[in-house]
Design a protein. Sequence first.
Length: 290
Amino acid sequence: MALVHRTLCVPGLVDRDRPIVMGVVNVTPDSFSDGGHYLAADAAIAHGHALLADGADVLDVGGESTRPGATRPLVSEELNRVLPVIRELAAAGAVVSVDTMRSEVAQAALEAGARIINDVSGGLADPHILAVAAAADAAYIAMHWRGHSTVMADRAKYDDVVAEVRAELQTRADAALAAGIAPDHLAIDPGLGFAKTADHNWSILADIEAFDLGFPILLGASRKSFLGALLADSDGVPRAVDERENASVALATLAALAGVWGVRVHDVTAHRDALRVVARLRAAGRVEEV
């Protein structure tokens, strides 16, 4: 069975015959994939324009690394990182999401032109962020989360990871709706790698249809450590982060076949190519429900 096709209502974001491609713009010194590469505002803006040229539908701008063990920046520091980038990219016509857990940052980002709040904590880190999204009639993505980077590995304990993550996501969706976020403005993300082992991630991916809670699903698998572990060499050394792209594209292709709404990626071109293949085969009647 495939997921029911659902889309997130965002001004300027076109409903596609394929999952939307969300390009990552990390304005951080310590993100796991490209931390420090785009910390300067001009470098991050140039990177955002390059991702748009490659075909990104959304640019996800974040100023806080959520890799395991990461130290949180001050609110002022996060604001100084993301606001110039969001303002410039939004002014250029990009559909921008802000990757933040903080209501202050979400509010300022929306005022700067962001149209989506991508909250990896699903409102748990700062419950007021839900009211911010509702008041602005903004799109909101709630990810499954069990705690900040310093503690999340200790909380990767489940009796049934699919059932428990599903139930916890439902609770976050209910909280978002209760805060006034419109159902067609809400999406969910199972949070691969967040308080989850590699085996947990694979179990979730193998049963992604279980997360059909009535909302679009965003999947963020690009270059994550469970792919590095899968591709480890004969000595058990994980594949380098920038050498995991083929596996990332393979997962995005399978996610497209399953019917997810969007994929959050680092290499836009490779993912767009793969998703266009899936869309074309569907149009030709060659791909049925999986």
